[in-house]
Design a protein around this ligand. Structure first.
Ligand code: PMV
Length: 357
C-alpha cells in the first residue's frame, strides 16, 4: 500500500466529539534499530503485545472556527507543556493524512498504568492510544472505514510518532516491516500475527525488572541515528531478517529452546550495536548483567524455559510460559528483586491489543 492511500478525503463539517482509548506497550523479540525517513525500518521486527502496561488517553475534539489547529496536553490530570514539542512534530507529520484535524482544538488527557519514571518506554503505548482516538474521530466522519483500515491507519499514524508504536495497536504478536514470510506485511504499519501461533505464546508471561527507573543517557532516536555509518549495520539488518524467518517457524511449532536462542541473541545484538556505535555507549548496568547470569544459571539448573530480552535501557524483561509461572515468580522474588531499583518489578503478559474504554 502507498502512503497516499492513507490521506483522508473527508470534507464533513467539524462537530464536537469525545473518545477514550487504551493501548498497550509492547516488547520486541526481533528488534527494530536503524531507520530511514519517515520512520521506515531498516529491518522487520516482531513483538509481543502486552496486557497490563497500558496508556489510556481521552481526546476532547472541539470545533475551532479559526482554522488554526491547537491542542493542550494533560498527563495524569496536570497540564504538561513540556510534551508539546514532541506532540507538535507528531501532529505536523500526520496532518497531511488527517487534514480534518485543522478544524479542531484538542484537549488530550493521558495516563499510564505503570509507574511514571519506571524506565519503561511509554511512547509506544502513548502514541498508539492517541492515534486510535484520532481514528475514532475519522471513522465518525466516514462510516465506510472497515475495522481493518481503522487499525492499519491507527498503526500508520502511531508509527509516525514513534516507530515501535506501530506495533502497539493489535495483538497478541505483531509484525512490522516488509519481509518474505508475510507478503501482506508493510513498512508503513504493523499487522497482527497470531493465526497459527503455538498456544504457549498466547499466554506468555513478561515480568519487567526495573533495574534503573531514571531516564536513559542516550535516547532511542539518537541510537537509531548512530546506525548510519555503523560498521556492522548491514550485517545486523541481515541478521534480524534471518532471525525473523527462524523465529516465526519456531513460534508456530512451539520450540522453546529455539525461541530462547533467538530472543536472547536479538537482545544482545541490539546492545552490541550500541557498544560499537560511534560514539559508543552502554545502556546495560551491572545489575542487568547480574540478572542475565542468574537467569542462565537458573535455566541450566531447572531446565525451565526462562529467558530475557532487553529494550533500549537497563531494565530486563523476563519471558516464560504461564505453566512455569509459580516457580519462576518464587525465583524472581528470592534472587532477582535484589537487583531492581527499590526492589520493584511488574508482572505482565501477552495481550490482545488496544480497546475503546
Ligand atoms: O520506537 P523507537 O524509536 O523508540 O525505537 C524502539 C527501539 C527498541 O525498543 C530498542 C526496539 C523495538 O523494536 O522496540
Amino acid at each position: 500500500m502507498e502512503e497516499t492511500s492513507f490521506i483522508s478525503s473527508s470534507a464533513q463539517a467539524a462537530v464536537p466529539f469525545l473518545t477514550k482509548w487504551q493501548a498497550p506497550s509492547n516488547i520486541a523479540l526481533i528488534k527494530y534499530w536503524g531507520k530511514t525517513e519517515p520512520q521506515i525500518p531498516k529491518n522487520p521486527s516482531l513483538s509481543f503485545t502486552l496486557s497490563s502496561s497500558v496508556t489510556t488517553t481521552e481526546v476532547d475534539f472541539t470545533p475551532n472556527p479559526s482554522g488554526a489547529f491547537q491542542f493542550e496536553f494533560y498527563f495524569e490530570g496536570k497540564l504538561k507543556p513540556d510534551f508539546h514539542p514532541k506532540l507538535n512534530s507528531f501532529f505536523e507529520r500526520i496532518s497531511p493524512f488527517i487534514p480534518w484535524i485543522r478544524d479542531y482544538a484538542l484537549k488530550i488527557n493521558s495516563q499510564n498504568s505503570f509507574p511514571h519514571s519506571s524506565g519503561i518506554a511509554s511512547s509506544a503505548s502513548a502514541m498508539a492510544a492517541l492515534s486510535l482516538c484520532l481514528m475514532d474521530r475519522e471513522r465518525k466522519l466516514d462510516a465506510t472505514v472497515s475495522d481493518e483500515t481503522f487499525f492499519q491507519k491507527a498503526s500508520f499514524l502511531a508509527r509516525l510518532g514513534s516507530g515501535s508504536a506501530a506495533r502497539s495497536i493489535q495483538g497478541p504478536v505483531t509484525l512490522w516491516g516488509k519481509n518474505t514470510i508475510q507478503s501482506s506485511a508493510s513498512d508503513l504499519y504493523a499487522t497482527p500475527f497470531g493465526i497459527d501461533l503455538h498456544p504457549v505464546f498466547t499466554s506468555y508471561q513478561d515480568t519487567i525488572l526495573l533495574v534503573d527507573k531514571g531516564s536513559k543517557p542516550v535516547s532511542s532516536s539518537q541510537g537509531h541515528q548512530l546506525m548510519y555509518n555503523h560498521p556492522f549495520a548491514e550485517q545486523r539488518f541481515i541478521q534480524a531478517t534471518t532471525h525473523l524467518t527462524d523465529l516465526v517457524s519456531l513460534m508456530k511449532s512451539g520450540d522453546l529452546e529455539g525461541f530462547i536462542r533467538i530472543v536472547e541473541t536479538e537482545a544482545l545484538s541490539l546492545h552490541a550495536m550500541m557498544m560499537t556505535s560511534n560514539p559508543y555507549f552502554i545502556l546495560m548496568q551491572p545489575n542487568t548483567l547480574a540478572i542475565i547470569q542468574k537467569v542462565w544459571d537458573f535455566r541450566t539448573a531447572t531446565k525451565m524455559p526462562l529467558c530475557f530480552t532487553l529494550d533500549a535501557g537497563a531494565n530486563v524483561h523476563l519471558l516464560y510460559p504461564e505453566a512455569n509461572k509459580e516457580a519462576i515468580r518464587i525465583f524472581i522474588a528470592s534472587e532477582l528483586a535484589v537487583h531492581c531499583e527499590g526492589g520493584q518489578y511488574l508482572f505482565d503478559q501477552v495481550g490482545s491489543g488496544a480497546k475503546k474504554v
